[in-house]
Design a protein around this ligand. Structure first.
Ligand SMILES: NC(=O)C1=CN([C@@H]2O[C@H](COP(=O)(O)OP(=O)(O)OC[C@H]3O[C@@H](n4cnc5c(N)ncnc54)[C@H](OP(=O)(O)O)[C@@H]3O)[C@@H](O)[C@H]2O)C=CC1
Ligand SMILES: Cc1cn([C@H]2C[C@H](O)[C@@H](COP(=O)(O)OP(=O)(O)O[C@H]3O[C@@H](C)C(=O)[C@@H](O)[C@H]3O)O2)c(=O)[nH]c1=O
Length: 284
């Protein structure tokens, strides 16, 4: 299958990829944390490509602080757009296939029907905008790419909503959580499995795909499930978005349709509640 380089290898998804690669006994994958490979340094990146001659690149590196991005527009754009462009350019030159991760936050979230890959993206936050710019710049440099948009990632690694809820839930009797933002959580281990499946299958069905777990929920219902399945008695109070002011605006509806990824790659995707159970059991 040729060698694979993972950029942003120290982040949440990067660590999940390490876990799944180990489970599948895949040894020809090199995980590069930011300290070893900064996607904003083209000359050093070229040296890395020259040294490893990779067949695949997985770009897990990103600027993911949604609220902070509103104040750090330049940095968010450099990482999410320019970083993606640096990798795409080298993939084009070296003939490597690029697997890049994007987000449901590219959508405005004003609809109420599951979003497909051909639905219009219209970001309402700096993070969403810079991620869309990253998506758009890749095809200018290579046709050998898979862009997977995902949503509400969580896992036993790094910081995420599930771990935040568990931590606060142990300390507090009550949590107030938004119920008027609907989407689908994604267990990052499942996404990692999908990414490695693309590589292992040798698929050349390049293009844009949506990937999340199955089902639909709100952050409120997600929190309630985390407490229920996590064995915590924390009360969850449903609140509206307006009652939880944040710097960045989030889409009210970002449920993604996964028909294309399931059909093209022959995947079965677990329901979000089933994957949540797996994650919670590993955390316990
Ligand atoms: N988390 C989520 O809920 C969702 C994430 N996504 C997308 O999934 C992908 C993976 O996200 P996730 O693993 O959760 O994010 P993390 O923030 O956990 O990981 C991102 C990693 O990128 C690293 N990084 C930042 N800047 C650079 C750089 N210039 N060069 C190299 N590495 C860099 C970060 O290092 P450091 O921490 O040291 O800055 C961090 O380790 C991203 O593309 C994200 O946009 C999509 C939907 C939901
Ligand atoms: C902690 C907390 C959050 N919330 C709300 C705020 C927000 O609308 C929602 C999730 O909050 P978070 O800050 O954990 O997550 P957020 O950073 O909005 O998550 C997003 O991250 C980026 C990277 C993505 O790409 C998205 O798919 C999505 O996962 O829950 C509450 O209502 N109550 C709370 O106590």
């Amino acid at each position: 299958m040729g060698s694979t380089l993972v950029f942003g290898g120290g982040g949440q998804l990067g660590q999940c990829l390490q876990h799944v690669a180990q489970q599948r006994n895949l040894t020809d994958i090199v995980f590069l944390p930011e300290e070893q490979a900064n996607i904003l340094e083209p000359a050093a990146l070229r040296e890395t490509f020259t040294r490893y001659q990779p067949s695949y690149i997985i770009n897990c590196a990103a600027y993911t602080a949604v609220d902070k991005a509103e104040d750090e527009v330049d940095l968010a754009r450099r990482v999410n757009r320019d970083g993606a462009e640096n990798l795409a350019r080298l993939c084009g030159e070296f003939g490597a296939t690029l697997l890049h991760i994007s987000t449901d936050f590219v959508f405005a979230g004003t609809g109420n029907q599951p979003l497909t890959e051909t639905d219009e993206a219209a970001p309402i936050s700096v993070y969403g905008l810079t991620k869309l710019e990253g998506e758009e710049v890749i095809p200018r440099h290579t046709s050998q790419y898979f862009i997977l948009r995902t949503s509400w990632l969580y896992s036993e690694y790094a910081g995420n909503f599930v771990k935040t809820m568990l931590r606060f839930g142990r300390e507090r009797e009550e949590m107030r959580v938004i119920w008027d933002q609907l989407g689908t959580p994604t267990y990052a281990i499942d996404l990692a499995g999908c990414l490695l499946h693309v590589i292992q299958s040798g698929s050349t069905a390049y293009g844009l795909y949506h990937y999340s777990n199955e089902g639909v929920t709100s952050w409120y219902d997600f929190a309630a499930a985390i407490f229920e399945l996590g064995g915590l008695s924390t009360r969850v109070v449903p609140i509206r978005t307006a009652e939880y002011p944040t710097k960045a605006t989030r889409p009210a509806f970002s449920v993604m349709d996964k028909t294309k990824v399931k059909k093209t790659l022959g995947l079965t995707i677990p329901h979000w509640r089933e994957s949540l159970k797996v994650c919670l059991s590993r955390l316990a």
